[in-house]
Design a protein around this ligand. Sequence first.
Ligand SMILES: *[C@@H]1O[C@H](CO)[C@@H](O)[C@H](O)[C@H]1NC(C)=O
Length: 309
Amino acid sequence: MKSVVLLLVVAFAAAASAQCTCKNMKWATCDGTPCQCSVMVGDGQSQVLDCEKLVPKCFLMKAEMYRAKKGLSTRTGGKPTEHAFVDNDGIYDPDCETTGVFKAKQCNNTEECWCVNSAGVRRTDKGDKNLKCEKLVETYWVRLELKHKPVTGQLDKTKLKTAMENAMLERYSLPKNLVADVDYDKDARLIVVDVKKDKNDKTQDLSRMAYYMEKDVKVLPLFQNPAKFEPSVEGQKLEMENILVYYVDAEPPTFTMKRLTGGVIAVIVVVSLAVIAGLLVLFFARRREQAKYQKTQVRELDEMQKSLS
Ligand SMILES: *[C@@H]1O[C@H](CO)[C@@H](O)[C@H](O)[C@H]1NC(C)=O
């Protein structure tokens, strides 16, 4: 009898510990009753997580930087408005509020700082550590440009929208009403999903689902479950091969010149030199013209004087 009870207790404990995992963050370690999970975000720094929700992007980026530093594996249609921008900087070690919200000013542990939006993406030029970032500007609209792998047959746009809404609700708990629009270009195999919330709504954080989706498509899922993100349209699974995310903030970004590449700089130099050369030619031509004019005047005067005398 005693041994049966013991066996039951052991079985129960095993079952309970199997339950104690973080389904939304595969790098998390979990322990205890009640089950508590956390992830390493710096040396001797661990962040407690709420595994029932998507983990804030700020915590995810910190965890990713930490893992990259430790040599651990981290593999796991155009602009919507003229103010939309993509994340060209990539990952940095962000400063997070205790709630997981990005601090408005980020410095990546250096003397060089910049201001970010609520998705943690740079929206100003870089400056020194005295840079002022008044407030965290909300990203209220993200455009996801997904390229899917070839499929057989035609995809119906309306059915595609429903499929995307369902897949995003199921995987990222994204309320369907936030899927504002789904556009489809069958030749480019491009699905453009606009996820939009009210400009003043701070309860929804669009950056989390965008980040989880980016990882799903480009690397490997952050979820415990290694299944892919595969919306299904009329029984046909859509596998994604690439994603581009645009961010639209409640206020336009304040970059001065967006990334001048070497090529652009070379063109500017050549054009400037041509303009200067042109101006010099004009200047000398006018000087010559004036000199001629003066000579003629002198000659005319001479002739007048001659005729007068
Ligand atoms: C942040 O710093 C790390 C090195 O510590 C570097 O690899 C990374 O590119 C930096 N990111 C940005 C956005 O400056």
